[in-house]
Design a protein around this ligand. Structure first.
Ligand code: DC
Length: 244
């Protein structure tokens, strides 16, 4: 793809970049590509919540059992690997990248991500992973809760239909069964739950730049993001006034 061949842009000061938004808006792809272009680390926080959901499911814990979930969270070792551009998520020494992607795991993840004990444990881990900057984090509450002082914040959205279709295609390409109408309904259901939960709901940070990707391709969104990052860099370090 052409944008991969262009020279990497250089931002000497290492930013924290937050990309929040509902499922299927393109966060994972854009976050990975943006991190690649900036030579930053990509942190997919949804994959972290999914991995915790997998562990809770395997341990057979009740979602009411706060104490057991807290204990389990403290024992988990979640990390990412990047092998020549291929990103994987690991639970201890097991690659769980594919296991966490099914629809059932998506619904369970939405449920466990509402638990304060899970959020607290992943909040600490996310802050630790990103403490030196030079990271792109994607999730639901990165710009609002995890890094309210992030130098660049995006809120990426798209219509329900576009997001459902993308999720449907992603499921099929990962070898899962999927029905388009049902997938659109599940995407809506999950967004309602993620947006209405009490703790750290999906919300657009006041100072986030909204990008609606419904009628944009990945390349167009990426270029828009790069121009925002460059602009922000000039604004912060070259003393240029903001025109955003
Ligand atoms: O981005 P994703 O679809 O992989 O996220 C899975 C679920 O995890 C999603 O329903 C909401 C939750 N999540 C969250 O609550 N906070 C985050 N920072 C990331 C994901």
């Amino acid at each position: 793809m052409s944008y991969m061949k262009e020279k990497n842009i250089h931002t000497p000061e290492k930013f924290i970049i937050a990309i929040d938004g509902p499922s299927g808006a393109g966060k994972s792809t854009l976050s990975r590509l943006l991190a690649e272009r900036l030579s930053y680390t990509n942190i997919n926080t949804g994959a972290m919540f999914r991995t915790v959901a997998l562990a809770i499911d395997r341990a057979g814990l009740s979602l009411d059992d706060n104490e057991a979930i807290e204990k389990l969270c403290h024992q988990l070792h979640i990390h990412f690997k990047n092998d020549g551009g291929q990103e994987t998520v690991w639970l201890g020494d097991e690659d769980v990248s594919e296991l966490i992607r099914g629809s059932e795991m998506s619904m369970l993840t939405s449920q466990i991500s509402a638990l304060p004990v899970v959020r607290k444990s992943l909040l600490d881990l996310q802050r630790e992973m990103a403490e030196h900057g030079g990271v792109v984090l994607e999730g639901r509450d990165i710009g609002s809760v995890v890094f309210p002082d992030a130098q660049v914040k995006f809120f990426l959205c798209a219509s329900d239909e576009a997001r459902g279709l993308r999720r449907h295609e992603e499921l099929l390409s990962n070898g899962f069964d999927s029905d388009l109408e049902q997938t659109i309904a599940e995407v809506r259901q999950r967004d309602d739950a993620d947006s209405s939960r009490e703790h750290a709901p999906l919300v657009r940070a006041e100072d986030a730049i909204t990008i609606d990707s419904t009628n944009m391709n990945i390349e167009q969104v990426l270029e828009k993001m790069i121009s925002v990052v460059e602009h922000r860099h000039d604004e912060l370090f070259m003393g240029k006034a903001s025109g955003e």
